[in-house]
Design a protein around this ligand. Structure first.
Ligand SMILES: Nc1nc2c(c(=O)[nH]1)N[C@H]1C(S)=C(S)[C@@H](COP(=O)(O)OP(=O)(O)OC[C@H]3O[C@@H](n4cnc5c(=O)[nH]c(N)nc54)[C@H](O)[C@@H]3O)O[C@H]1N2
Ligand SMILES: Nc1nc2c(c(=O)[nH]1)N[C@H]1C(S)=C(S)[C@@H](COP(=O)(O)OP(=O)(O)OC[C@H]3O[C@@H](n4cnc5c(=O)[nH]c(N)nc54)[C@H](O)[C@@H]3O)O[C@H]1N2
Ligand code: SF4
Ligand SMILES: [Mo]
Length: 757
């Protein structure tokens, strides 16, 4: 366990509020943050932070923090339970459920938020111990359409792209607001540099004049949900005017002729009319992007949470592929992944079983939250009966809150692992309190950079509070209680004890290999086995980090040259060990690998390294696009549900005191729309969808498109069990309102009407 850490000190860690995980230099006293600044030593963020990070004390300590395991009583109240009893009782019920009903009876939900992916390696093992493959995760309510496309284009759903915005001459931001949401390196600085440079162009495609749009050279203020029309028109222009990159297409792709024929049929002017923006502007953007020396496209929820999600992703990818903006500096690129977050579960291979009720297939290993309530309530004998929720608050963040409430109540067993008493935890049979991310070893797997990729292993900053445990310990104890792994591995432990860095862990690794060769059934539980054996002998109580040793070795084998270029030395056996040691020692993070651009092609999974441009499902969706219906008379407004603002950060901060502005999470509406409704700033409105109703506070925003309104993500918490603070967005969205292929929700396209209260 984490030893008591000395107080009155400075330390380094990282922000946990978004995927960037910027490096932090912190001053701590009495087990609290006193001061938080950017860490200039961090290899990627280099001192950059945004205003949200300075408030992290509100995450570390607040009135909803869990301090002891809790068990639900027959009267619905929670009572303290010892760890031993909680683990024992849960393990017993899990084994019963597994043995009586099999793998389809269990699902895991969540498993790692924006900054805590270490515990996910341990949580994943429980899924395997339950013989289940139902991993439901937030990534499958935004990014799985993208992953599916990568599978088709590049040959493996774990192929993932990044964008070299920092070096691009021409950047298309489509459906993303990096000024607030970040997602690109040091977003505000990067935007400022593009803005200042007369030779670089920034285009923002967004229905709102966002903070990013204000910095842009061109803002395309489209009608929400029309991106597929816009992007297919742009591609059609590029094809009509032969602005595509013939050499790139010949050298690196297959299927261009079919794509060309399909897009030649796109009625350009008619489609741009649907988008409701000037035709000339779109011609200009399409031409200039295609002609740019280094163009890149960065997208996010604006196209992933709206109509035609997966098709949007396909079109976005064609934009950079057809123009040859791929595999070079300042363009889009594939990148390496140190932590294997994504797997390849191509639905055309029959071994990836589908869900029982919706017959939905996993994408990159993940099932979409939109279908989970039905898989619990409607799947008969083969229904899901037990759920583990970890690092996730589905009762606020997944579509259709009432369906989730009903489904979670119907479970035989719901366990929640969290640091805080969340809306979801209140439905649990057992609540297991974890160390916060500053009380344990942690890291993020969201290191998605190219050509230089990195990794930051965070050391514990604080002594753990209360009777909490890190996830590594929680899940390992569960596996042991379920008798999936024995409580000790005497041979491995003995070798780990005498092994030292001098021997490069080689005796230990060969003993581990031998154990796995003899007992294949232990392979899925490698993380816990390393934790209990080698882990005990790592310095600074870094036990939970031991499984990074084999991952480091694997990374060094796969990317030997790039790892050497990043400054690591060693023979094929020891290079990965050096990498592991540096990861352990460099508290501000390390550069893992330094690639050359032309090596990017090695990351394409198809043997011939050629990108398959033709995806039949997408071409047929494209052909059906013209039949699209938009408006519903009864619901004249389109709600963009889930805007990223200055003071929201998913569900990570619970105490409303962290917000400096926008306490109520106001509805942004164009002043003219507000006048027509006869409401003023601060008034209350009823926001009614086909599915539900919430009450919201009005705020004016001249930058809103008329007929479009916006509410923020990350509100609706019942802090200290009180009334919900700010909008509970997911009362408004039905699980069926989603992309037909990936089943990701249309959060950014919710037809509503507004009524005065
Ligand atoms: N401050 C803050 N930052 C965050 C988070 C947070 O909670 N708070 N959350 C993090 C997470 S988990 C994520 S996934 C990212 C998301 O990051 P983003 O996707 O960049 O953020 P959003 O504000 O959700 O949506 C981006 C933009 O899409 C626009 N949009 C809406 N509908 C459409 C449409 O039909 N077409 C187009 N082209 N645009 C549209 C919206 O107006 C909005 O400006 O942010 C991360 N960063
Ligand atoms: N309507 C609408 N809904 C949305 C969105 C939207 O735009 N609109 N956005 C969606 C998106 S993109 C996302 S990513 C999701 C995010 O929603 P969720 O996946 O639910 O994730 P978070 O909000 O990050 O919640 C993190 C949880 O982890 C807990 N936690 C923090 N640290 C630890 C730790 O160390 N260990 C454990 N075990 N738990 C910890 C926090 O207390 C919190 O309960 O919401 C989605 N929902
Ligand atoms: S919220 Fe994101 S961009 Fe802001 S400091 Fe934290 S990690 Fe960096
Ligand atoms: Mo997200």
């Amino acid at each position: 366990m984490v030893e008591a850490l000395k107080e009155n000190k400075t330390d380094v860690t990282a922000c946990i509020l978004c995927s960037r995980n910027c490096g932090l230099s912190v001053e701590v006293k009495d087990n609290q943050f006193v001061k938080i600044k950017g860490n200039p030593e961090h290899p990627f963020s280099q001192g950059y932070i945004c205003q949200k990070a300075a408030r992290l004390q509100h995450y570390q300590q607040h009135a909803d923090r869990l301090t002891t395991p809790l068990k639900r009583q027959p009267d619905g109240s929670f009572q303290e339970i010892s760890w031993d009893n909680a683990i024992h009782e849960i393990a017993e019920r899990l084994v019963q459920i597994r043995d009586n009903f099999g793998g389809t009876a269990f699902a895991s939900v969540g498993g790692g938020g924006q900054g805590n992916h270490l515990g996910a390696a341990y949580g994943r093992q429980l899924l395997l111990a339950m013989k289940s493959y139902y991993a439901y995760n937030s990534l499958a309510q935004e990014k799985t359409g993208d992953f599916w496309l990568n599978g088709r284009l590049f040959g493996n759903q774990a192929c993932h792209t990044t964008e070299d915005v920092e070096y691009a001459d021409y950047v298309l931001f489509i459906g993303t607001n990096p000024f607030q949401a970040h997602g690109i390196p040091n977003a505000r600085d990067t935007l400022k540099h593009i803005k200042k440079d007369p030779n670089r162009t920034m285009v923002v495609v967004d229905p709102r004049v966002t903070e990013t749009a204000k910095q842009a050279d061109i803002h395309v203020q489209l009608k929400p949900g029309t991106d597929a029309f816009l992007m297919s028109a742009m591609i059609a222009i590029i094809i009509k005017e032969q602005l595509y990159d013939v050499k790139f297409i010949e050298q690196h792709t297959q299927g261009f002729e079919e794509v060309k024929t399909t897009f030649s049929r796109v009625p350009i002017e008619e489609y741009i009319a649907k988008v409701d923006v000037p035709v000339d502007l779109i011609y200009q953007v399409a031409r200039d992007f295609a002609k740019a020396k280094r163009g890149c496209v960065r997208i996010d929820l604006g196209i992933q949470h709206t109509l035609n999600t997966t098709l949007n992703g396909y079109l976005e990818k064609l934009l950079y592929l057809l123009t040859g903006n791929f595999g070079k500096q300042g363009t889009n690129n594939l990148h390496t992944m140190f932590i294997p977050i994504l797997s390849d579960t191509d639905e055309r291979k029959s071994k990836y079983r589908r869900s029982v009720y919706h017959k939905m297939f996993p994408i990159s290993g993940f099932f979409p939250p939109n279908i989970l309530p039905d898989e619990i309530l409607k799947a008969g004998e083969k229904r899901i009966r037990a759920v583990f929720v970890d690092s996730c608050n589905p009762l606020l963040t997944y579509p259709d809150t009432p369906a989730y409430e009903k489904a979670f109540k119907a479970l035989d067993l719901l366990v929640v692992v969290d640091v805080a008493m969340t809306e979801t935890a209140r439905f649990a049979d057992y609540i297991l309190p974890a160390h916060t991310q500053f009380e344990k070893w942690e890291f993020t797997g969201f290191n998605l950079e190219f050509p230089k990729n990195g990794f930051h292993l965070r050391h514990p900053v604080f002594t753990a509070q209360g009777n909490t445990l890190p996830e590594a310990e929680i899940y390992t104890r569960l596996l042991e209680a379920m008798k999936v792994i024995p409580k000790s591995f005497p041979v491995l432990e003995k070798i780990a004890a005498v092994d030292s860095k001098k021997t490069a862990y080689l005796p230990y690794l060969s003993a581990l290999g031998l154990t796995f060769a003899r007992h294949k059934k232990y392979i899925p539980f490698a993380a816990s086995i390393l934790y209990r054996t080698l882990g005990k002998h790592l310095e600074n109580s870094a036990a939970s980090v031991a499984f990074l040793l084999p991952l480091s070795i694997q990374y060094a084998v796969l990317h030997t040259k790039a790892v050497r270029r990043a400054g690591y030395k060693g023979n094929p056996l020891t290079l990965g060990v050096r990498l592991f040691e540096q990861i352990l020692n460099q508290r501000s993070g390390v550069v893992l690998s330094q690639h050359e651009y032309d090596e990017m092609w090695k990351l394409v999974a198809y043997k011939d390294k050629k990108i398959r441009l033709v995806i039949p499902e997408m071409l047929s969706e494209l052909a059906n696009l013209k039949n699209h219906q938009f408006s519903i008379e009864e619901f004249p407004f389109i709600l963009l549900s889930g805007e990223r603002r200055s003071y929201n950060a998913n569900q990570i901060y619970r105490d409303p005191a962290w917000r400096k502005v926008d306490a109520e999470g106001a509805l942004r509406i164009h002043p003219e729309d507000a006048t027509n409704l006869n409401v003023a700033v601060g008034d209350q409105l009823k926001c009614i969808s086909q599915h539900g109703e919430i009450q919201v506070t009005v705020d004016f925003d001249e930058g809103m498109r008329k007929g479009v309104v916006s509410l923020p993500h990350g509100y609706g918490m019942r802090f200290q069990g009180g009334e919900p603070i700010g909008p509970q967005l997911n009362l408004l969205v039905s699980g069926e309102h989603c992309d037909p292929l990936s089943k990701t929700p249309y959060h950014k396209y919710v037809p509503i009407r507004l009524e005065k209260c």
